[in-house]
Design a protein around this ligand. Structure first.
Ligand code: COA
Length: 195
C-alpha cells in the first residue's frame, strides 16, 4: 500500500481549516475574496478565454460576484476548490485553477484552469496547475487526476502534455454551449508513484 492510499480523501477535505494557499515562484493559488469580482469578470468575459469553455462568456459583472459566492459555497461543501491564480508581485488575479468532481472511492478528481489571455505563453498556467496537481496528489492522496478538454483547444492540450498527462479517449457530442455541440478529449495523469 502506498502512503497516498492511507489518506482518507473525504476526511482530508473536511479537515481543511480554510482554502489552502499554495505558493509558486511567480504565482500563488488562494481562495477568492469579494474584491476579485472585477478580475474574474475580465477573465470570464474574454471571448478568447471562453472559446472552448463549458459556458458562454459572462455578460455582466454580477455574474462574477455570483461565481465568487458559488466558489465559497462549493468549498464549504468540499465539493470543489476553485483557486484564484494571483500574481506573487501584486496579488492581482490573473486566472483560476480548480480541482473538482472528487471521487474519494476511486481516489480521483478533475482539474480545470483559465488564464487571462494577455498572460498566455509565459509558463504561468504550467506553474499554477502544477501546484494544484502536487497538492491533490500529496495532501489528498489522489491516485489520478483527469482533464476533459475540447480537442481543438491547442493551448490546453500542450499545457496538459507539458504536465505529463496523456490523451486517453474522445467523448463525442459530450456537451452543448450556445447551441453548439462539442466533443471532449479525456486526459489522465496517475499519481507520481504510479506512472
Ligand atoms: C490553456 C491555457 C491555461 C494555457 O495557458 P498558457 O499561458 O499558454 O500556458 P503556459 O504558458 O503555462 O504553457 C504551457 C506549455 O504549452 C505551450 N503552449 C501553450 N499554448 C500554446 C499554443 N497556443 N501554441 C503552442 N504552444 C502552446 C507553452 O509553450 C508551454 O510549453 P513549454 O513549457 O514547453 O514552453 C490558456 O490558453 C487558457 O487560459 N485558455 C482558455 C481557458 C481554457 O481553454 N481552459 C481549458 C479548458 S479545461
Amino acid at each position: 500500500m502506498t502512503d497516498a492510499c492511507r489518506i482518507d480523501i473525504a476526511a482530508a477535505l473536511d479537515a481543511l481549516p480554510a482554502f489552502p494557499r499554495l505558493r509558486g515562484q511567480r504565482v500563488c493559488l488562494r481562495g477568492p475574496c469579494p474584491g476579485d469580482a472585477d478580475a474574474l469578470f475580465a477573465l470570464f468575459s474574454d471571448p478568447a478565454v471562453m472559446r472552448y469553455w463549458s459556458r458562454s462568456p459572462m455578460a455582466a459583472r454580477g455574474e462574477a460576484e455570483g461565481r465568487i459566492a458559488e466558489i465559497v459555497e462549493d468549498f464549504a461543501a468540499r465539493k470543489a476548490l476553485q483557486w484564484m491564480i494571483a500574481a506573487r508581485v501584486d496579488d492581482a488575479v490573473i486566472g483560476t485553477c480548480s480541482l473538482f468532481r472528487f471521487d474519494p472511492r476511486h481516489r480521483r478528481a478533475e482539474v480545470g484552469y483559465a488564464l487571462r489571455s494577455d498572460h498566455w505563453g509565459r509558463g504561468l498556467a504550467r506553474e499554477a496547475v502544477a501546484l494544484a496537481l502536487e497538492w491533490g496528489f500529496r495532501t489528498l492522496g489522489l491516485h489520478r487526476i483527469e482533464a476533459g478538454i475540447d480537442p481543438r483547444n491547442a493551448g490546453s492540450r500542450l499545457l496538459l502534455a507539458r504536465l505529463g498527462f496523456t490523451s486517453e479517449e474522445l467523448l463525442r457530442e459530450r456537451y452543448r454551449v450556445g447551441g453548439e455541440a462539442g466533443d471532449i478529449q479525456l486526459f489522465g495523469l496517475p499519481a507520481p508513484g504510479m506512472r
